[in-house]
Design a protein around this ligand. Structure first.
Ligand code: AKG
Length: 309
């Protein structure tokens, strides 16, 4: 089939939504029973409370800000590899992801993400991290617990932030393993923000209405973005472009929010993502993605937009 014919063939709704909004929320959930079963097994691996953390003295003796996320050999999902078919082989997920990234798409990264509730974060730590834009708590959790990523909120960011010099040829797929309400640190997503391409974190955002933000790229471009709060039942799934701004507020519930986060990368051929990226008005990759950290990885900028949402 010629390229022209191929592009003229009906576009999968996931591709259309990614072009228009930078995100696609699946109408159909993944199997909620399989999600609940996996959740029970994840919860059984540890106490998701203050026992996750180092003491202040232990932390101060040797602060480690980098290398504290899951990695090969220290990733809880490696233990549950045979339980992930309800996501990875769900026909509607495979079909949509294949339309966007090509049938030979790859899994770049997958992990469990935990939104830690306020009641579980030790007082000394809450004081230290107050107002930080990125509260990934990996630095403060005991080394044996670093097979999961723990957040106490993260300001609006692009997932390109972790991939300096890599083009935005990947998507994030998020799956909720239990019902997530407004109180369970749901993802806040700013639709249409992918259009400006890669921009430096922290981003230039100004609230323009109850559910709207003005987003500027500091290169003269700007968009009005609608805020979408991703709440849903167990098995809820959504995916977004690597340049789509999203973030979370600290978990206000008294229990943790546990989700699966996948990064899925384009396969070898042309696919829907090329159409999405052709419509962007900004760069597809960045040589610097953030300027909020010092050389050791500690936060030097105290600012946060998503907490004002
Ligand atoms: O789960 C969270 O609290 C934040 C996750 C997020 O934004 C991310 O993983 O990029």
């Amino acid at each position: 089939m010629s390229l022209a014919r191929k592009l003229a063939s009906p576009t999968h709704p996931a591709v259309e939504h990614l072009i228009a909004d930078g995100a696609h929320v699946f109408d159909q959930r993944v199997d909620p029973k399989a999600a609940a079963d996996l959740l029970a097994e994840i919860r059984a691996t540890r106490h998701f409370d203050h026992r996750l953390f180092l003491s202040e003295a232990e932390f101060d003796a040797d602060p480690q800000y980098t290398g504290v996320n899951p990695k090969p050999g220290r990733n809880l999902l490696e233990r549950f590899e045979d339980r992930l078919g309800f996501v990875e082989q769900a026909p509607h997920i495979v079909e949509a992801v294949s339309a966007v990234l090509g049938p030979d798409y790859t899994i770049l990264n997958k992990k469990v993400v935990c939104g830690v509730p306020q009641t579980s974060v030790p007082e000394w730590l809450r004081k230290r991290i107050l107002g930080n834009p990125v509260n990934n708590l990996g630095a403060y959790v005991r080394p044996e617990n670093r097979d999961v990523t723990y957040f106490y909120g993260i300001d609006f960011h692009q997932d390109l932030i972790d991939y300096k010099d890599r083009p935005a040829d990947f998507l994030t797929l998020y799956v909720y393993l239990h019902p997530v309400t407004k109180l369970d640190a749901p993802l806040y997503l700013l639709t249409g923000t992918h259009v400006l391409g890669g921009t430096l974190f922290p981003h230039d955002l100004e609230r323009s209405g109850p559910d709207h933000w003005t987003y500027r790229d500091r290169r003269g471009g700007q968009v009005e973005a609608r805020q979408l709060v991703l709440t849903g039942e167990a098995g809820y799934a959504a995916m977004w472009h690597a340049c789509t701004l999203h973030g979370t507020q600290p978990d206000a519930a008294d229990h943790e929010r546990i989700s699966l986060r996948y990064l899925l990368a384009q396969g070898s051929g042309r696919a829907g993502i090329d159409e999405v990226n052709a419509a962007l008005k900004g760069p597809l990759s960045l040589d610097e993605t953030r300027n909020d950290l010092d050389a050791k990885g500690a936060a030097v900028i105290k600012a946060n937009s998503v907490n004002k949402a």
